[in-house]
Design a protein around this ligand. Structure first.
Ligand code: KIV
Length: 271
């Protein structure tokens, strides 16, 4: 039976209730109609149209080049496919860091032009004013702390963040601040598990981890990574649930072979 026969949409309140009940939250990225349809029908709670589209869809080295127009294109494709999951869209680099007015107008474009349900942005105290302004327009905001890929040139590497005491203290402070400001959930990326658990216990908003251990309220992975489409990326936190690279590559090789051997199309496949 498809989950769509009795559709009850996941909302920001649903995932907050899940935290209160101790039910873990599942989140995955998706960037196009076909993949989003599979992920939604499989029953994932939250679909993130991540700016990781810059890497896995467009082949850029970082998340920085993707534009607001491109994020809206991906998000509207996902929204057309989704009947149940909550759809959250990343505000891309350069669309909110300038000032809170710019942040609000970017968030409004995403909501209006894609039909998504919430936005996500990276950072703590430095984006507080922007979060407040977006929230004041009735747009739910998801925060993102720890390894924030839009700041990769500041960090210099994609290694684990907040291992030192000062950075860990700032992260706890920022987590509480995002919670108090009204973020409905917070992503914590690539930080020590004990620190992520500490933040999740200290705040009301659900904490969704990626490389942040098991003591948080939910987990997120990049779809292409967990499906094994991308073989070049193997961080310790990644569990591969399929080897689609091999499945797809074998299918393409068989197709080529059948053409070369004049086996495809056969009589039944012809008019
Ligand atoms: O863009 C993205 O996919 C993300 C997740 C890694 C949380 O922000």
């Amino acid at each position: 039976m498809s989950v769509h026969t009795n559709i009850k949409r996941v909302t920001t309140h649903t995932i907050q209730e899940m935290k209160m009940k101790g039910e873990k939250i599942s989140m995955l990225t998706a960037y196009d109609f076909s993949m989003a349809k599979i992920v939604d029908e499989a029953g994932v709670d939250v679909i993130l149209v991540g700016d990781s589209a810059s890497n896995v869809m467009a082949g850029h080295e970082t998340t920085l080049p993707i534009t607001l127009d491109q994020m809206i294109y991906h998000a509207s494709s996902v929204v057309r496919a989704v009947k149940r999951s909550l759809v959250v869209v990343d505000l891309p680099f350069g669309s909110y860091q300038g000032n809170s007015k710019e942040a609000l107008s970017s968030a409004i474009r995403i909501m209006k032009e894609s039909g998504a349900h919430a936005v996500k942005l990276e950072g703590g105290a430095e984006v507080k004013e922007s979060i407040e302004r977006i929230l004041s327009a009735g747009i739910p905001v998801m925060g993102h702390l720890g390894l924030t890929p839009q700041s990769i040139y500041k960090f210099g590497t994609y290694t684990v963040r907040a291992k030192e005491e000062a950075e860990a203290a700032k992260l706890i402070h920022d987590g509480k601040l995002l919670d108090d400001t009204g973020c409905f959930a917070i992503v914590l990326e690539k930080i020590p598990a004990h620190l992520a658990q500490k933040v999740a216990t200290a705040i009301d908003a659900p904490v969704i981890g990626i490389g942040a251990g098991n003591g948080v309220d939910g987990q997120v992975l990049v779809l292409h990574d967990m499906l094994g489409i991308n073989k070049d990326f193997s961080p310790r936190f990644l569990r591969r649930y399929a080897d689609l690279h091999t499945v797809m590559s074998d299918a393409v090789k068989n197709y080529i072979k059948d053409i070369k051997e004049v086996d495809f199309p056969n009589d039944k496949e012809s008019y």
